[in-house]
Design a protein around this ligand. Structure first.
Ligand code: NAP
Length: 255
């Protein structure tokens, strides 16, 4: 028996990285998971296969975020999938995980208005309207978990606009937590530090060595280490936590 048997979740950006680990972790506790992705259908399907190998249930939903009609497309796929796999359109858990950075970083002087708008559209605007739409499907005692970043607490100038979007996302948690408390829906932020999402940079030993120094544990995080925190927040044991910022950076913010 999982701790979350019979519940449903949407994890945005769960074809890869941290989102995939969250999808797998929730499914292990009995959740039917909607595995959302933008373009990487094969990777999303792999997440579903990982879940099924564990005896869990998941289905894919495609919707590029940050473009007109994104939320409509997402919820069309989500609602169809829930109807097919759960027999009802109820969403107990929403994890706003999908996010983009400035690839390779960019000096603030060089950031373009297009890059800035894209980051805000995907990392801040989309989670707001996804949450707004999800609330119509969410019963009392639901869960909203927003994936921020340690960059809202330390200065990394080459990722300034990215950090600004995550600061906005953290405000979503705070204000929606107050708004949704009468329904006992909790809304929290989890902030990962540097986490191996499988991308090429994590295959370069010198870079990994350098990045490892940021954490108090002197290593980079694994997606499951962030996912475990998210799964905990989704359980009934976490019912008294709302509006919180949870540092899941492996002590990168200790100074
Ligand atoms: P990742 O491996 O880069 O995967 C990103 C996921 O988001 C993929 O599923 C991708 O779908 C989806 N996605 C990206 N852009 C999208 C868009 N415009 N529309 C819809 N889906 C989109 O991500 P990650 O590194 O695991 O990061 C997950 C979250 O943690 C992000 O919010 C990130 O900011 C945050 N975070 C990560 C780290 C880290 O070191 N990894 C550190 C701090 C915070 P496709 O596969 O289809 O492209």
């Amino acid at each position: 028996m999982g701790k979350l048997n019979g519940r449903t979740a949407l994890v945005t950006g769960s074809s890869r990285g941290i989102g995939r680990a969250i999808a797998v972790g929730l499914a292990r506790e009995g959740v039917l998971v909607a595995v959302h992705y933008a373009h990487n259908e094969g990777a999303a399907q792999e997440t579903v296969e990982l879940v099924e190998k564990d005896g869990g249930q998941a289905f894919t939903v495609q919707a590029p975020l940050g473009v007109p009609g994104d939320v409509d497309q997402l919820f069309q796929g989500l609602e169809d999938g829930l109807k097919e796999h759960a027999g009802k359109i109820t969403l107990d858990i929403l994890v706003n995980n999908a996010g983009e950075t400035l690839p390779g970083g960019s000096a603030p002087e060089e950031v373009t208005a297009e890059q800035f708008d894209q980051l805000f559209a995907v990392n801040a605007k989309a989670p707001f309207f996804i949450t707004q739409r999800a609330l119509g499907l969410m019963p009392d005692r639901g869960r909203v978990i927003n994936i921020s970043s340690g960059t809202t607490r330390v200065a990394i100038p080459s990722q300034a606009p990215y950090a600004m979007t995550k600061g906005a996302l953290e405000q979503l948690s705070r204000h929606f937590a107050r708004h949704l408390a009468p329904r006992e829906i909790t809304v929290n932020t989890v902030a990962p530090g540097i986490t191996d999402n499988g991308s090429e940079i994590f295959k370069i030993p010198e870079v990994v060595q350098q990045m490892s120094q940021l954490s108090a544990f002197k290593r980079i995080g694994e997606p499951k280490e962030v996912a475990d925190v998210v799964v905990f927040l989704a359980t009934d044991e976490a019912r008294w936590i709302t509006g919180a910022f949870i540092d899941a950076t492996g002590g990168s913010l200790l100074g």
